[in-house]
Every structure is written in structure tokens, then in C-alpha cells.
Design a protein around this ligand. Sequence first.
Ligand SMILES: Nc1ncnc2c1ncn2[C@@H]1O[C@H](COP(=O)(O)OP(=O)(O)OP(=O)(O)O)[C@@H](O)[C@H]1O
Length: 276
Amino acid sequence: MNAAVLKAPVAPYADVPRPAFRPGPAGTHITIRGLTKHFAGWPLYGNFDLDIPKHKITSVFGPNGCGKSTLINMIAGLVPVDRGEILFDGKTLKETRIGYVFQNYREALFPWMRTIDNIAYPLKLEGRSKAEVDRRMEELVASFDVKFDLKRHPYELSGGQQQTASIMRALANHPEVLFLDEPFSALDFEMTLFIREKLQEVFMQTGTTMLLVSHDLEEAVYLADEVLLLTRRPTQVAELLRYEDPRPRTVETLTQPSFIATKKQSLEIFQREVRR
Ligand SMILES: Nc1ncnc2c1ncn2[C@@H]1O[C@H](COP(=O)(O)OP(=O)(O)OP(=O)(O)O)[C@@H](O)[C@H]1O
């Protein structure tokens, strides 16, 4: 090979022909095709395909560092993809309303704004009238059973109250998809239970498609309609398990044979993947 060829700039993937887009089965909301992502030259995702169902909660679970957060961040447009296509009901991200709940609520809320203004922020960005904003705020306050003072600044609230406000903000403009990246991992147990139940209630009322990253297998299964189990990197789908127990799921759910069986199966797949 001559030097000119060696030095020729390489357009990544330019020579790889793109296959025709293949839609997902009925009931699919998010279609991911040929998703490829490298960090520092190391493949994290290569030609990754996935169909995420609509009006369902999909929990994402997998080995440490397999790319759970990166996956939802690529879908939500927070991390650029190297290659691939992600469509929401056939639409692009720009044409889709999304909400995002971060693990680190302390950095997610704007500290200079009162909590109420944080929550209303997406509505104000959309240019909603004061009457519309007030009506939506009332709905959110009722559905989250808010007992704390929303006129306070976020740093005056407890962690659980801040995360409640983050979730209210993420839901304010009725997103089509809600992303949650370990939303409970920085909360105490009591607050985790409270917010988890509120989230489930909101889901039952709205049917918003949710994509939840969780480190806690019991929680992942408890909330899920589908458990997405990922392999070690380069990451592929190990299994997409359906879990169909009726909602609301309650403490009784935890002892149901179907719950225990799904948890066991998820754990076996997880163990198989970490030992691979
Ligand atoms: N901006 C970045 N630059 C370089 N490497 C990154 C970057 N973001 C993520 N990575 C690497 O990509 C891999 C996947 O990271 P990611 O946080 O998505 O995994 P995860 O499954 O959510 O991790 P965890 O189980 O630790 O929460 C990790 O090896 C991580 O170090």
C-alpha cells in the first residue's frame, strides 16, 4: 500500500452500505437500527438493533459498564451516535416530545429557579400561556400528592422532594417517551418506594412509554413490562423478557410466582453474561 493511501482521510463507515430501514413489529415505539458507538476507539455498540414497545415500561439491566446509560442517552439525543438510526413512531427525535430524569437530581434542577419554575420550565419553553401552565401545574401537584412548598428553591428541599420535582418537570409537557437513568439510586428507601408508586400511577394514567435504567434487579422487574437484558461490551441484546403481571404492582407482587420466575430468569441471563 503506498503512503498516499495510508494517509488518506478515512470517513468512518463511509464504505459500509446502509441496509434498507426495517420497521419494528406492531406496537413498537422506538426503532433502533445499526446503532454503532465507540469510545476512544473501543466498540461499545456495533450494529445494534432494538424495538422498544409503546405504552410500556422497559427496564434496562446489564453488567457494569455495558452501556445502559449510554444507550438511553443516545436514544434521548444526549450522546451522539457514530452510526445508525433511531426513530420514534417513524419520527425523528426533533419531532418527538421527550422527558428525562437524571440520577443526580442535585445537578439536574436549575438552582437559581424556584422549584415551581423548574417544573414549569418545559411549558414556558413551548410558549404556553399562564393559564395553561397553572392548569398543568395543578394536575402534577395532585398526581404527585405534593405536600412541600414548591415556591422554595431546590436546595431547600430534601433529596426525595428534589427528585419528585425532577420527575414532575420531565412529565410537564406530556412527553411521548420518558427516560429515567437510575432515578432512585440516590434516594433513601422510604422515598424510593413513594416515588416508585407515583411513577407507576402516572404510567397507569398516561401510558407514557418509559425507558428505565436500574441497578436493582427487583426494582427493574417490578416496574417493567419488558426487561431488556444487555450483554457485556460490545453490547448486544441478551434477552428481552416480557413480564405481564397486572398493575398496580404492590407488595403482593413480590411473592407472585410469575414475578419470582421473571426475576430468576433475568438473574440467570445476567450471570451468564457477566461470566462470559
Ligand atoms: N464520554 C465517555 N468517554 C469515554 N468513555 C465513556 C464515556 N461515556 C461512557 N464511557 C464508557 O462506556 C462504557 C459504558 O458506560 P455507561 O455509563 O453507558 O455504562 P453503564 O452500563 O450505564 O454503567 P454502570 O453499570 O457503571 O452504570 C463504560 O466503559 C464507560 O467507561
